[in-house]
Design a protein around this ligand. Structure first.
Ligand code: ZN
Ligand code: ZN
Length: 361
């Protein structure tokens, strides 16, 4: 199938939008016509050669769209259905799926990214995260699509496969935030803003958001933060301790990436508190943490990919929270772009001007 696709050909160079041929679906695959795909900071890092990508590759690891064609063995969806295509699959066959941890599914993490399309010169092109959303159509396995019905704008629904489930899952699946707790969130990008909303829905009494950008702090206050702090003004660890009777927060959620942010996240939690790490800046980066804060002071250091979500369970949950107005996606969609403006969307994400800039088709 002929289609337009933004193709990462060379790291750090604007991505051309090419005509390419998408291959026909195998028996367990579907072709989905993309209607909305968020530009994610993960893709900015991929473009900057910080995510171990191997060009040529179509970036974009989640989207919503309409099933255009279904392979012979596909069950559960049919042509014309609206679906979330997510980077986190659930193959139901691997070790991790068998222990209810599809966030670590072998189909995503133990296999190379699939070749899905061909350029005019015959070069095969991969799909990032098995999705390749920055294209008019996606070739997806049925184990990574989830049907949904909703009248919400597709630009908002497109966030379900990444930011929403990641922030929601970090709070509910991993930190297991309880009513009355104090929660600090390090980094108020799109994932941090979803953590703010999830912490509010979980009944956290104090929600402290930290970000250097005033516009992001203001939005966090609108979405449920009770306090916001500028970590560049004075020591963020001291600031959080001052707000929490000198102890530190019960739960700290890190959604920033740099080593300093991770270290601060650990130190601004209280003794025996819970810290959830979600950021990765450089693929090969490592972090140093003080041993005393861990072994003697008994902090629980947790981490997660996509909020440890089980998509079949968590997408309907999050959709219900959107439909009932408990989660607000509107303010997170800071711009919409046609596919031809993919590079504008990319720079707006990387230069922190957008929270979620969404490509709409
Ligand atoms: Zn993402
Ligand atoms: Zn699996």
């Amino acid at each position: 199938m002929r289609m337009q696709a933004a193709v990462l050909e060379q790291f750090g160079v604007p991505m051309p939008v090419h005509q390419v041929d998408l291959q026909a679906p195998a028996a367990e695959e579907v072709v989905v016509r993309t209607t909305a795909a968020p530009f994610c900071s993960t893709d900015w890092l991929g473009w900057k050669a910080m995510r171990n990508k191997k060009p040529p590759v179509i970036l974009g690891h989640t989207a919503v769209g309409v099933v255009e064609k279904a392979g012979a063995d596909v069950t559960g969806v049919k042509e014309g259905d609206l679906v979330v295509v997510a980077g986190t699959p659930e193959c139901k066959k691997c070790f991790y799926c068998a222990i209810s941890r599809p966030d670590q599914c072998s189909a995503l993490l133990d296999q190379p990214e699939p070749l899905v399309a061909t350029r005019e010169d015959g070069t095969r092109i991969k799909a990032a995260g098995r999705v390749g959303a920055y294209a008019e159509y996606m070739l997806a396995n049925q184990n990574q699509i989830w049907p949904l019905t909703s009248d919400l704008p597709h630009a908002q629904l497109s966030l379900l496969g990444c930011g929403i489930t990641t922030g929601h899952g970090a709070v509910f699946n991993v930190a297991e935030v309880k009513a009355g707790q104090s929660v600090a969130i390090v980094g108020l990008g799109h994932v941090g803003q979803w953590m703010v909303q999830a912490a509010r829905v979980a009944g956290a009494e104090m929600i402290i958001g930290l970000d250097m950008l005033p516009v992001r702090r203001e939005l966090a206050l609108e979405l449920g933060a009770t306090h916001v702090l500028d970590p560049t003004k004075s020591d963020p660890v001291e600031q959080v301790r001052n707000l929490t009777k000198g102890r530190g927060a019960d739960v700290v959620l890190e959604a920033a990436g740099p080593e300093s942010a991770v270290q601060q996240a650990v130190l601004m939690s209280r003794r025996a508190g819970t810290v959830v790490l979600t950021g990765v800046q450089q693929y090969e980066a490592s972090i140093n943490l003080p041993q005393l804060a861990l072994a003697i002071h008994g902090r629980r250091i947790l981490a997660c990919q996509n909020g440890q979500s089980i998509m079949g369970r968590d997408i309907p949950l999050c959709l219900n929270l959107l439909e009932t107005g408990q989660y607000k996606a509107g303010p997170l969609v800071t711009a919409e772009y046609p596919l031809s403006k993919i590079n504008e969307a990319m720079y707006a994400s990387g230069e922190l001007r957008d929270l979620s800039g969404v490509l709409t088709f």
